[in-house]
Design a protein around this ligand. Structure first.
Ligand code: HEM
Length: 217
């Protein structure tokens, strides 16, 4: 009986609150407290960074906790049971991130993405291409569990396969890499010595990718 109760425990709510709190504290400290960004930019510019980081953390946990457990690292049942809610919440946060980015998108918010004639730089173009591709792949991944496709065992096997996960993670990483790597190489320019959010997320990707590479069949 007690085993049954333990099996149903789900830490999703706590994990989501902690991840959101960490992302908010990180973005506010880096951009408002240590950096020069005025507080009036919190509701869109900085919150967008917060939500995109939180989305990345939750999605990495969704993809990574199972393989981590498989590798022999003890992951509690309450965390394993949380994976579905973490994935769904991560996807909803990515949707918010995409919508907020569309509204903000322009030289005023993202000067480094634009040439003087108003067109996109090559790096910004590549970064946005991979962001949109990652979004569509995540959408397909989520949809496959909500629709008649979940009856299709071969399709579900493919969409949860190592090959597909590694591909989806790579798209997200390419979005971050093309947007950020110039800034990553210049630690003197990091506000308060804190690495850019794109680098924090990319480091997490590297951990998640390795875990999936080793721990997913
Ligand atoms: C339609 C799809 C997407 C669009 C248009 C988009 C757009 C953007 C833009 C404009 C930025 C720069 C934000 C800034 O520096 O303030 C950004 C950063 C970021 N994006 Fe996306 N993105 C998309 C999809 C994704 C996906 C699928 C993920 C994965 C979870 C993601 C995660 C991130 C992260 C972690 C950052 C770093 C924030 C920072 O360094 O400030 N994005 N995205």
């Amino acid at each position: 009986m007690s085993e049954q109760v333990a099996d149903n425990r789900n830490s999703a709510g706590t994990i989501i609150m902690v991840v959101l709190a960490f992302s908010t504290i990180y973005a506010v400290s880096r951009y408002h407290i240590a950096g020069p960004v005025p507080w009036k930019d919190f509701p869109m510019l900085i919150l967008n960074k917060t939500l995109s980081l939180a989305a990345f953390v939750l999605l990495t946990m969704n993809f990574g906790l199972g393989p981590l457990n498989y590798l022999g690292v003890p992951v509690s049942q309450a965390w394993l049971n949380a994976r579905k809610a973490l994935g769904m919440t991560g996807f909803l946060l990515v949707m918010l991130h995409a919508l907020m980015s569309f509204l903000l998108f322009g030289p005023a918010a993202y000067g480094k993405f634009f040439m003087t004639d108003g067109s996109l730089t090559l790096l910004a173009g590549l970064s946005m291409l991979f962001g949109v591709l990652a979004f569509v792949v995540l959408w397909g991944y989520n949809m496959s569990f909500q629709t008649f496709l979940r009856e299709d065992k071969a399709f579900i096997k493919f969409i949860t396969s190592r090959k597909f996960m590694l591909f989806a993670l790579l798209l997200g990483a390419a979005h971050l890499f093309f947007m950020g790597y110039e800034g990553w190489l210049n630690p003197a320019g990091w506000h308060g010595g804190m690495p850019p959010i794109s680098l924090v997320a990319f480091s997490l990707f590297a951990v998640g990718y390795t875990i999936n590479l080793l721990g997913r069949k």
